[in-house]
Design a protein around this ligand. Sequence first.
Ligand code: SF4
Length: 420
Amino acid sequence: MNERFLYYLWENRLVYRDLRTTSQSPVEIINPGFRNTDSGPDFLEAKIKIGEQVWAGHVEIHVKTSDWNRHGHQNDKAYNNVILHVVFENDTKVNDIPVLEVKDHFDASLYCRYEKILMSQHWIACERQLRQVKSLTVNTCLERMAVERLEQKAAFVSKLLISNKFDWESTFYQLLLRYFGMKVNSEAFETLASILPLKILLKHADNLCQLEAMLLGCAGFLEIESDEDYPMLLKREFAVMQSKFNLLTMPIERWKLLRMRPVNFPTIRLAQLAQMIYQNGCLFSKIKEAQTVTEAKLLFDVEASPYWDTHYRFNVEGPFRPKHLGESAADVLMINAVIPMLFCYGQFHKDPSYCENALRFLEETDVEDNTIIRHFTAIGITANNAMQSQALLYLYNFYCKRKRCLECSIGNYLLRTNRD
Ligand code: SF4
């Protein structure tokens, strides 16, 4: 037995049949309370009738009564308002709080099925039974996961926003850069955002060459010798900007190019970012105005300046190939920067229209392709859009991997519908 399962029984009112405290007073659960995931008692604001008296307060749950002292609750004031101590097994008396032993008051087959899930060695615990789950249950689960995922991302945006003193444009710029470099260069892009604030770039937003010079210069890519005209021009521009704004330069070693497709090289990405700022100015203002995903994605409809048509790096000429920011890169930025920002903005200003737009944009963005999504497809759940693929990633990382099947509607369905 474990406490997680006892929480599940309590929360879902699955303890029944002539409930009595250990001193034989009848117990009626009027309201089990709500689950407290912070420190303090397990369920808050419960309403319980014990004997003839209705009590309002907290409920603490343990496998054994003696866990009360083992967990040190006897010295913790947060537990002063506990009205009922629910235990699987009453092994000793620890205080005067009424104790409800539930050992013989639930369907034992539920626990057998739960144990089976816990012991599963499959990729995810319910893998073998997943195809038996009704599509309505799967969809309900995915909808909840998508919202939780978005709330988690919005919470991250919110922290960033506070550190930026509620400057939405700077926050969006930092978030954008974090995802501009893919996983491999995300830290380097974050460093660049910290040494080259958006405010400085916006002072020269009408000059593409100066924008590129500042981005590539601060990133360290202009610490080169060259006999090509364009890099020399950028170097000269950067020297002027550097002394004007006291700009720092990153060591070039911070950037990783190994095993990377040239189209994703940071030089190309930075030239595209310069173009994005040049074309749009304040980026988040544009995003806020967008009513459709197509409008929002116009922000990413950019091409690096002409020098890059024949280059991926300075001084290395290649075939003519304009460097347009591709669809999949735009989708990554939509999913990780645009949509969480809009959701956070809606929450912050208590304007649900932004949150609705964020969810709709997610639904209208293409499904992601990675090993987790492919694995789910193979075992019976196919994501049709980015909202569902984000939901599956979250489900896998925050529920399946942690065996939180009791908190997942798919797990609940399997436990309660008697399927093995
Ligand atoms: S958390 Fe849900 S989807 Fe994941 S293994 Fe458990 S029951 Fe299955």
